[in-house]
Each structure stands twice: as structure tokens, then as C-alpha cells.
Design a protein around this ligand. Structure first.
Ligand SMILES: CC(C)(COP(=O)(O)OP(=O)(O)OC[C@H]1O[C@@H](n2cnc3c(N)ncnc32)[C@H](O)[C@@H]1OP(=O)(O)O)[C@@H](O)C(=O)NCCC(=O)NCCS
Length: 162
């Protein structure tokens, strides 16, 4: 059982781990709206260098019992903050994403409302968001690189505390 979970700034040594985690085909299918080339290491490294240098992106590494489990981040989409997260497959099903997102929202990005998106059939991600207080506020659809077809998604929001 998981004991300690912490968020910390991304270190250079995390990137090869994130690369392997984001290349998982099942995870890509689940997330649907992924990059075109999850197996391209050079493209991954170039993308992450850009992301890490972008002042509108806030990223933390999720460390679970001392191991790099994945990442949680926020970025701006049309000026609105959105959260996203990705865990290595070995870390799924232990409540880590829920704890990591809750910690991110409490300690790292307290902007509200804050938004998220998930493919309508990404039950795990939708449940994580629901457990962190997000509610569906709309829907959208777009071409999903990981599936090669158009996929429907929910748009969710976490409102300010009443
Ligand atoms: C989605 C993801 C972050 C979930 O991480 P996780 O740590 O396994 O999630 P948690 O353990 O915190 O689970 C939270 C809830 O979701 C449920 N859940 C998790 N994965 C599920 C799945 N594949 N199908 C159905 N329910 C699922 C859990 O049972 C739990 O619900 P409960 O508390 O009611 O029992 C992880 O699978 C992942 O990184 N997937 C690939 C990338 C991705 O899809 N990112 C999100 C893009 S929008």
C-alpha cells in the first residue's frame, strides 16, 4: 500500500522516466488526445524543454514512496487554466492520481475556476476529477492521435469554494 506521496519540481533525471511512461500504448489509447509520435524520444525531449521553459505551464513530478510515478501539470488553453496528469502504468490503481491532483490543486495552483478535459470513455481520469471536486460543464470533440479517429470528450471545471 502507498504511504508517502509528494510533488516536487521536475528534475532532468525524470525525463527519461516520463518518456517511457508516456510511450505506453494502452495509456495513449486511454488518454486519446496525445502527441502523434509518443515513441520519438528526440521529439519528446524537445517538447519537454519547451514546456519546462514556458512560464504559463506549472509541472510537478509525482513521487510515490520514493519512486517517480508520473507528472501533474497545469497549462493555459485559450487563457483558461487546465490540469492534466499522467502516471506510469505500474502506479495505476493505488489512488496516486487522486492524491497527486488533490495536492496540486491545494498547494501548487489554487486558481479557480480551473478546467480539465477527458475522453468520455476515460473512466479512470473522469473518476479522479470527480473525486477532486470537478463537475462536467460541457463537451467537445476532436481528432485523437492515439486512436486515429475523432473522439468525444467532457470538459470539467473546479469552481471556487462557495
Ligand atoms: C487516469 C489515471 C491518471 C488514473 O490514475 P490512478 O492513480 O490509477 O487513479 P486512482 O487510483 O486515483 O483512481 C481514482 C478512481 O478512478 C478509478 N479508476 C482508475 N482507473 C480506472 C479505469 N481504468 N477504469 C475505471 N475506473 C478507474 C479508481 O477505481 C478510483 O475510483 P474509486 O475511488 O471510486 O474506487 C492513469 O490511469 C493514467 O495515467 N492513465 C494514462 C494517462 C491519462 O489517461 N491521463 C489523463 C488524461 S485526461
Amino acid at each position: 500500500m502507498l504511504n508517502q506521496l509528494l510533488l516536487r519540481p521536475v528534475a532532468a533525471d525524470d525525463l527519461p522516466i516520463f518518456f517511457e511512461q508516456q510511450a505506453d500504448p494502452d495509456a495513449n489509447y486511454m488518454a486519446a488526445f496525445t502527441v502523434k509520435d509518443p515513441g520519438d524520444r528526440a521529439a519528446f525531449m524537445a517538447r519537454w524543454q519547451r514546456v519546462l521553459a514556458d512560464p504559463t505551464v506549472i509541472i510537478r513530478t509525482v513521487v510515490a514512496d520514493g519512486a517517480v510515478a508520473g507528472s501533474v501539470l497545469s497549462y493555459e488553453e485559450d487563457g483558461r487554466p487546465e490540469v492534466s496528469y499522467w502516471l506510469g502504468r505500474a502506479f495505476w490503481g493505488q489512488g496516486i492520481a487522486t492524491r497527486a491532483l488533490a495536492a496540486f490543486l491545494a498547494d501548487v495552483n489554487r486558481t479557480r475556476p480551473i478546467y480539465a478535459r477527458a475522453a468520455k470513455d476515460n473512466a479512470g481520469s473522469l473518476r479522479v476529477l470527480e473525486k477532486c471536486g470537478f463537475a462536467v460543464v460541457g463537451e467537445d470533440k476532436g481528432f485523437a492521435n492515439a486512436r486515429g479517429v475523432e473522439v468525444e470528450e467532457f470538459v470539467l471545471a473546479l469552481a471556487a469554494e462557495p
